[in-house]
Design a protein around this ligand. Structure first.
Ligand SMILES: Nc1ncnc2c1ncn2[C@@H]1O[C@H](COP(=O)(O)OP(=O)(O)OP(=O)(O)O)[C@@H](O)[C@H]1O
Length: 344
């Protein structure tokens, strides 16, 4: 097995890197700040600090959208910078790479993840890809190589990926365009419509992390700052859990409807495994309070919220690098037999 290896989970809002033998060495926002259309002035968390605050000549953008690489050039620059950062200034060359790719995307979109590493300044020794749901389940600590079926629901920033895994492969997988960002947007719209207060994406995310609850009844509040639409002046107001619940519940039910659709399509033998083991909820948005209560109520199945839900994919990549018996779960995309999905 290779000695020097990195595992990369390239998400819509975050990029995480696992180094073999060391663990998670990077967890940053997947965002880049560019001045005058050409000069990179910040990447990762430093660029996130500039988000929604930059003057018009500085463009702060997320190169990954809905789980796929939407802006290849900027993603390439961002990755090169972060790889230099973890190499402490020098280039990391001669390493092996494993990158997680969503299942329910096209071949071309999958290939873009491979090409990103191949064309990076990293001079990779080898590049393998792993289906994201497989890495996800491994990161939770599950054994995906046996015939016991498992169901994972990874609720990230732009997407939710619902998957059934058995014998180390994907039986079913559906990527839906709903995740934490939709909840943030919904909170923004609600606060604007009801209270004439315009708040930024970052504020909406803070409100969500503090107050989002998948069941009604919480009575917490926090202060939010923004601009009053009518007066045009800076303003503040108390936002309550009840308001946040009202604004996000529709999207939570969209996710639950998709879980039900996948359950309906699941082969009966695997269904009985899922009745036993339950649904595993992962991804950063799994941290929403009482999500397990809501999903359990709607599906009547046991629900497990994973302890380190935000890191499950990158930890799964780590297991593939560290445990020799799992190395066969990583594939060379150039020889793979992935389905040839095309965009609908
Ligand atoms: N405590 C929390 N409560 C609610 N949401 C949270 C919490 N912590 C993180 N999140 C949300 O989780 C999302 C990020 O999750 P994650 O890192 O799994 O996504 P990603 O991999 O970047 O996105 P995607 O899977 O869509 O490509 C963000 O929307 C963030 O606001």
């Amino acid at each position: 097995m290779v000695k020097k290896a990195l595992g990369i989970d390239l998400g819509t809002s975050t990029i995480k890197i696992y180094k073999k033998g060391e663990g998670v060495i990077l967890d940053e926002r997947n965002i880049i700040a560019i001045a005058n259309k050409k000069d990179i002035i910040a990447v990762g968390n430093d660029a996130f600090d500039m988000y929604e605050k930059a003057p018009s000549n500085i463009n702060v953008t997320y190169p990954v959208k809905s789980g796929v690489i939407a802006d290849i050039a900027n993603m390439q620059s961002l990755l090169n910078h972060l790889l230099r950062k973890i190499g402490q200034g020098s280039k990391i060359s001669g390493m092996s790479y494993i990158i997680a790719v969503p299942t329910d995307i096209t071949e071309v979109e999958k290939r873009a993840f491979y090409d990103l590493i191949a064309n990076s300044s990293a001079k990779a020794k080898s590049i393998l890809v792993v289906e994201k749901p497989v890495a996800d389940a491994l990161g939770v600590g599950l054994d995906v190589t046996n015939a016991r079926g498992v169901m994972t629901v990874n609720i990230g920033a732009d997407t939710t990926e619902i998957s059934i895994i058995s014998l180390g492969g994907i039986v079913l997988s559906k990527l839906i365009p709903v995740g934490g960002n939709k909840l943030d947007e919904s909170i923004r719209q609600y606060v604007k419509k009801k209270y004439n207060l315009i708040i930024g994406d970052k504020t909406a995310e803070v409100i969500k992390k503090e107050l989002a609850n998948a069941t009604p009844g919480d009575e917490n509040t926090i202060k939010a700052f923004g601009r009053n639409v009518v007066r045009g002046l800076p303003s503040q107001m108390d936002i309550s859990s009840a308001m946040v619940y009202e604004s996000i519940k529709e999207y939570l039910y969209t996710i639950i409807d998709s879980i039900k659709i996948i359950l309906e399509r699941t082969p009966p033998e695997i269904s009985s495994d899922i009745i036993d083991t339950g649904i595993y909820i992962t991804g950063g948005s799994a941290n929403i309070k009482n999500l397990e209560t809501l999903i359990n109520k709607e599906t009547e199945l046991p629900v497990n919220i994973c302890k380190d839900a935000s890191n499950s994919v990158v930890l799964g990549l780590g297991r593939i690098m560290e445990e020799a018996s799992l190395s066969m779960l990583a594939n060379d995309i150039r020889q793979s037999t992935y389905s040839t999905k095309t965009r609908d």
